[in-house]
Design a protein around this ligand. Structure first.
Ligand code: PA5
Length: 480
């Protein structure tokens, strides 16, 4: 467990942003971003910072205060998590998007890579499954590996209405009623908005244990509220460390000086990359298995927040970087060819871990084969960093921009920092683009259309059905 008191601004646990491979100093005038270009945006960046600071804790910026205003909630999270750890063998999160990606990312980052397969004594807590899809095979498959009678189901939905999650709830509550009978409600925890949607009144009516997703905390910004904290605490993760890490990064982002505030610098450089240079793809490339699902979490945050077609004043624009998730070194053998030689439309973000939790030495051997023998006496720790450096160099040689987020090690504190860094960076980038980074009208449209297809009785959906009938049906001649 991290001792949070020891973390200071000069702390060896500080997550750092290295932008050398974004800048002309390294990349040259043809490919890089000149410091003067950043200076040109320094005023806009300071204004973006001021706007975010002024709106803290209001509107959809409720998440900025999560590291500070949850004392009582954290106590309750720990109490409920303790109860779950004591009484259940399995904990299943039913949720999608922002209700699922954070819990998956944090669990993967901070627990044993084969957590669910460990014997209970080593795990300490229940097995964790995050059911974030409605593939018809999936629920049956889950039921093949869990015992409903010894499982706690955590239903998570900010809107309280999401069809994927609520359909899962219908299936599970039905099963629980059959398998557990009286008292089945003790197997359900609800995490939702205080008032909006159906889950809040349902939880009250059934008497479920419940947590509120605070006002101003949208799905993709909810990892540091009970949405993320409860599954983490259930699985024995240091949630105080997560919140302390977030607060620590918040403090590092308190200045409006672009060169000193990591989130603001990252936002400004990405703004220049996308708006001035047309780099509309952003590759998230962690060189650590533990961070592979942090890349997924960032993908959602970046895509859903910044992919917008109007400014806040209603002017038509189409902005956003398409995030692409990769894993070092695995995807060196899959995607890297494209990143070094394909279109000049990408920025790569490396995630580098300085100290892994294990040292894997490579024994000597194969003397007759020099290309293999040279690996002997080295370690996987050295090899993975050599390969990351090699990739950074290959991108540099090809004139491709990259930045590196350096984690001294992966622990609750550095993961808390990383989460807050990206959240702040996203908010700043939204300000620079003058868009609403906190809505998702494009997603809402697809939800309404799906409800219409499925015959939702509401008037709104009848109108949508009528509208959809007018869309071209398509022709069989184009189906081969
Ligand atoms: O960030 C968001 O708001 C979305 O990705 C939501 O998390 C996702 O659509 C699920 O919505 P809800 O939490 O309302 O079920």
């Amino acid at each position: 467990m991290t001792d949070n008191r020891k973390i200071t601004s000069s702390s060896p646990q500080r997550v750092r942003l290295d932008v050398n491979h974004m800048m002309t100093d390294t990349m040259g005038m043809r490919y890089g971003i000149a410091p003067e270009q950043v200076e040109d945006y320094a005023k806009a960046a300071a204004a973006a910072h001021a706007a975010v600071q002024a709106a803290r804790g209001t509107g959809w910026l409720g998440w900025t205060e999560l590291p500070y205003n949850q004392k009582k909630i954290v106590e309750k999270v720990k109490k409920v998590a303790g109860h779950v750890r004591e009484h259940f063998d399995t904990f299943v999160v039913l949720g999608i998007g922002g209700s699922a990606l954070g819990p998956i990312a944090v669990q993967w980052a901070l627990n044993h890579p084969y957590y669910n397969q460990l014997p209970k004594a080593k795990r300490g807590g229940p097995r964790l499954y995050v059911e974030d899809n409605i593939d018809p095979e999936r629920m049956g498959a889950l039921l093949d590996v869990i015992e409903v009678q010894s499982t706690c189901f955590c239903v998570v939905t900010k809107s309280g209405n999401t069809a994927e999650t609520m359909s899962q709830y219908l299936i599970i509550s039905d099963l629980l009623k059959q398998a557990v009978g009286q008292g089945w409600q003790r197997h359900v925890i609800a995490i939702t908005d205080a008032e909006r949607g159906n889950l809040a009144p349902l939880a009250k009516a059934e008497g479920f244990e419940a947590f509120v997703i605070p006002d101003g905390v949208g799905g993709r910004f909810s990892e540091l509220c009970p949405v993320g904290l409860l599954p983490a605490a259930v699985c024995g993760i240091d949630i105080d460390g997560l919140l302390a890490g977030a607060a620590f990064m918040d403090a590092a982002c308190k200045t409006d000086r672009v060169w000193e505030n990591p989130a603001l610098l990252m936002a400004t450089l990405q703004y220049i990359a996308m708006e001035d240079m047309g780099f509309n793809v952003h590759v998230l490339l962690p060189y650590a298995d533990r961070l592979r699902f942090m890349a997924d979490w960032v993908c959602q945050l970046w895509a859903e927040s910044l992919g917008k077609n109007v400014t806040r004043r209603g002017m038509a624009i189409n902005v956003g970087q398409t995030p692409a998730k990769a894993l070092g070194v695995t995807d060196q053998h899959s995607q890297l060819q494209l990143y070094t030689e394909g279109p000049y439309d990408k920025v790569v973000t490396f995630f580098k871990v300085e100290k892994f939790q294990a040292e894997q030495p490579i024994p000597n051997g194969c003397k007759a084969y020099p290309d293999v023998a040279f690996l002997g006496g080295k370690s996987h720790n050295a090899l993975i960093e050599a390969e990351r450096k090699g990739t950074e160099y290959a991108l540099y040689r090809a004139g491709r921009l990259s930045q590196t987020i350096v984690l001294p090690e992966v622990n609750a504190h550095t993961i808390g920092q990383l989460i807050f860094l990206w959240e702040m960076c996203t908010a700043y980038t939204g300000e620079l683009l003058d868009i609403d980074a906190f809505n998702q009208p494009g997603v809402e449209e697809s939800k309404a259309a799906a409800y219409a297809v499925l015959g939702h009785p509401g008037e709104k959906y009848a109108a949508k059905r009528a509208e959809m009938k007018k869309a071209p049906a398509g022709s069989g001649k184009y189906v081969v």
